[in-house]
Design a protein around this ligand. Structure first.
Ligand SMILES: Cc1cc2nc3c(=O)[nH]c(=O)nc-3n(C[C@H](O)[C@H](O)[C@H](O)COP(=O)(O)OP(=O)(O)OC[C@H]3O[C@@H](n4cnc5c(N)ncnc54)[C@H](O)[C@@H]3O)c2cc1C
Length: 475
C-alpha cells in the first residue's frame, strides 16, 4: 500500500500502554506483527493507509468491551475491522490507533426456522451464513461483492444485487448487540418484525461505520428459498435503451429478483475474465426472476416485451443452477475482471444513486464525463435501485489518483443535482467526506455530530470518518 505516516509518539505510547495492559487479559489475541498490522492498515480501492500500533482479535463481546474500556480511559483510537473489503478508506486507522478485528467472532448462534430469523456473531461472512443455512430452506439475501462480514455490512449499511427485491441490510436487521465507546454492552431491537417503542437505535448503528459503537452480534431476518428461479441476459447496442428497460421494469412494479447493468467496457472485461464467450462486448442487463412458476412466467413475459421494445437483442436463458451460478459469479467478479486487465494500476470504485426516473440521464451524462476524461472506466450497477458504480482505472501516483477523483466529483455533482446521494451502499469512510455537507446540509450534520459527541465523547471510535469536521463537534 501507499506511504505509512510516522506516528505521533504520545499517541503511540498510549496505544502501547493499552496493548500491554490488555495482554494480561487477552494474551495471544493481540498482535503487533508488521504484516498483520499492514493487512489492517487499509481496505480496498482508496490509496490511504496508516499502520495500526497493534491488532486485537476479539473472540467475545467481553473482549471488545475490555478493549474499549481501556481505549476510552487512555484516549486511544479504535477502528473496527471485519473483512476489510470496504472501498472508501473506512478501516484505515488514524495515527496511533488500534485495529479491532472481529473476524474470529464467526459463530452462527441460533437459527429460528419457524420465525425466519437468526442470530450471528459480527464476524460471520454472508457466504458462510448461507452455507450454514443450506439445508434449512432459508437464505440471507444481502450480497455485497466482497466476502464481507455481517458486522461490516451493518456498519456500512451494505446492499448488493438482491436489494431490489429483498431490501438492503437495513431492512434485514432486527436487532444488534453493540459495545459502546466506554465498554458498556447494550442490546438494540429484538426478534419481532416491528415495534413502535423508543428511538430506533438499531437503525442508528446501522450505517454508523464503527463511529458510534462496535457491533458484536446481529439478529437477522431470513427468507424462504423461492420455489423457482430463472435468469436471463439481454444485450443492447445502446446504453440508454438498456437503462430505460431497467427503469420501466421498476416503474411497472414487476417484482424482479435482480436486474444488473454492465456497460460495454465492463462486459468486455467480464467476457475475458469469466469466459463469457457467447456474449459480445455490449451493454448488458443480467436478470433474475423468482417466485412460483406462474409468477416467474408472468414476470419474464413482461420483462421480455419491455426489453425488446427498447431494441434489446434477444434473451439468452440460464435455467440450470450451474449456468445461473456461472453468470452471477461473473457479475460478482466484475471488479476483479477490470483489475486483472490492468496489473499494477489502481482501481477506484465510485458509488452513487438517484431516484429511478433520473437514472438514464445520470448514466448517459457519466458516460460522457468518462469519455472527456480520457480515463478507462467501466459502469456497472444495481440499476433496479437507481444505484451504480463507475470503476475508474488510474496510475498508482498522486496525479493519477487526482484525475480519478476529478471524475468522481463530476459524477457525484451530477447525482446530487438529480436529487441523489453520493453513496447508495459503499458508505462515506474518508472518500466521500467532502460531499456530505452538500448532500445533508449543515443542520443535519450538526445533529449527527451531537449524537457522535454523546455516544463517543473522547472521539476514539474510527475518528475522522463519516463526519466532516464542523462547528458543533470538533473531535
Ligand atoms: C469487489 C467488491 C465489490 C463490492 N460490492 C459491494 C456491493 O455490491 N454492495 C455493497 O454494499 N458493498 C460492496 N462492496 C464494499 C464492501 O464489501 C462493503 O462495504 C462491506 O459491507 C464491508 O464489510 P467488511 O466486513 O469488509 O467491513 P470492513 O471493510 O472491515 O469495515 C467497513 C467499516 O465498518 C466498520 N466495521 C466493521 N465491522 C464492524 C463492527 N462489527 N462493528 C462496527 N463497525 C464495524 C469498520 O470500522 C469500517 O468503518 C464491495 C467491495 C469490493 C472489494
Amino acid at each position: 500500500m501507499s506511504e505509512t505516516a510516522s506516528l505521533p509518539l504520545h499517541a503511540t505510547a498510549r496505544a502501547n500502554a493499552v496493548l500491554s495492559a490488555l495482554r494480561v487479559q487477552l494474551g495471544d489475541k493481540i498482535s503487533t506483527n508488521a504484516s498483520v498490522c499492514d493487512a489492517h492498515s487499509h481496505g480496498e480501492a482508496l490509496p490511504v493507509a496508516n499502520m495500526p500500533v497493534g491488532v486485537v482479535f476479539a473472540e467475545t463481546s467481553e473482549d471488545v468491551s475490555a478493549t474499549l474500556r481501556l481505549c476510552h480511559e487512555h484516549r486511544v483510537p479504535v477502528v473496527a475491522f471485519g473483512a476489510g473489503t470496504s472501498v472508501e478508506g473506512h478501516v484505515t486507522p488514524p495515527d496511533g490507533g488500534i485495529s479491532l478485528d472481529l473476524s474470529r467472532m464467526a459463530r452462527v448462534l441460533e437459527v429460528n426456522q419457524a420465525d425466519l430469523d437468526c442470530r450471528v456473531q459480527a464476524g460471520v461472512t454472508r457466504q458462510s451464513l448461507n452455507a450454514f443455512l443450506r439445508d434449512t430452506g432459508l437464505f440471507f439475501p444481502v450480497d455485497p461483492g466482497g466476502e464481507a462480514t455481517l458486522g461490516g455490512m451493518c456498519a456500512t449499511r451494505a446492499s448488493g444485487t438482491a436489494a431490489v427485491k429483498y431490501g438492503t441490510i437495513k431492512e434485514n436487521v432486527l436487532g444488534l448487540t453493540v459495545v459502546l465507546a466506554n465498554g458498556e454492552i447494550i442490546q438494540t431491537g429484538g426478534r419481532v418484525r416491528k415495534s413502535s417503542t423508543g428511538y430506533d437505535l438499531t437503525s442508528l448503528f446501522v450505517g454508523s461505520e464503527g463511529t458510534l459503537g462496535i457491533i458484536t452480534e446481529v439478529q437477522l431476518r431470513l427468507h424462504g428459498q423461492p420455489e423457482q428461479l430463472s435468469a436471463a441476459v439481454c444485450q443492447f447496442e445502446n446504453l440508454d435503451d438498456a437503462v430505460n428497460t431497467a427503469v420501466e421494469i421498476i416503474q411497472m412494479g414487476i417484482p424482479i429478483a435482480r436486474v444488473e447493468l454492465l456497460d460495454d467496457v465492463q462486459m468486455d472485461a467480464c467476457i475475458r475474465y469469466s469466459d463469457l464467450n457467447e456474449y459480445r462486448a455490449l451493454t448488458t442487463l443480467f436478470f433474475e426472476f423468482s417466485g412460483s412458476p406462474e409468477a416467474v412466467k408472468e414476470q419474464i413475459a413482461v420483462t421480455e416485451t419491455l426489453a425488446l421494445d427498447n431494441i434489446g437483442l434477444g434473451f439468452a436463458w440460464a435455467d440450470s443452477a450451474d449456468e445461473r451460478a456461472r453468470l452471477w459469479k461473473a457479475r460478482h467478479n466484475a471488479f476483479w475482471a477490470i483489475k486483472a486487465q490492468h496489473p499494477g494500476m489502481r482501481l477506484i470504485s465510485t458509488d452513487c444513486i438517484v431516484p429511478i426516473s433520473q437514472l438514464t440521464a445520470l448514466i448517459s451524462g457519466v458516460k460522457d464525463d468518462i469519455q472527456k476524461s480520457g480515463l478507462y472506466a467501466a459502469i456497472l450497477g444495481h440499476v433496479g435501485d437507481g444505484n451504480f458504480h463507475t470503476i475508474i482505472v488510474t496510475e498508482e501516483t498522486d496525479q493519477g489518483y487526482q484525475q480519478a477523483l476529478d471524475l468522481d466529483r463530476k459524477i457525484v455533482a451530477r447525482a446530487l443535482a438529480l436529487g441523489g446521494s453520493c453513496s447508495g451502499e459503499h458508505g462515506v469512510g474518508l472518500g466521500k467526506l467532502e460531499f456530505l455537507a452538500a448532500e445533508h446540509g449543515e443542520g443535519a450534520l450538526s445533529v449527527m455530530r451531537a449524537l457522535k459527541a454523546t455516544l463517543d465523547p473522547h472521539n476514539i471510535l474510527n475518528p475522522g470518518k463519516l463526519l466532516p469536521e464542523g462547528p458543533v463537534y470538533a473531535g
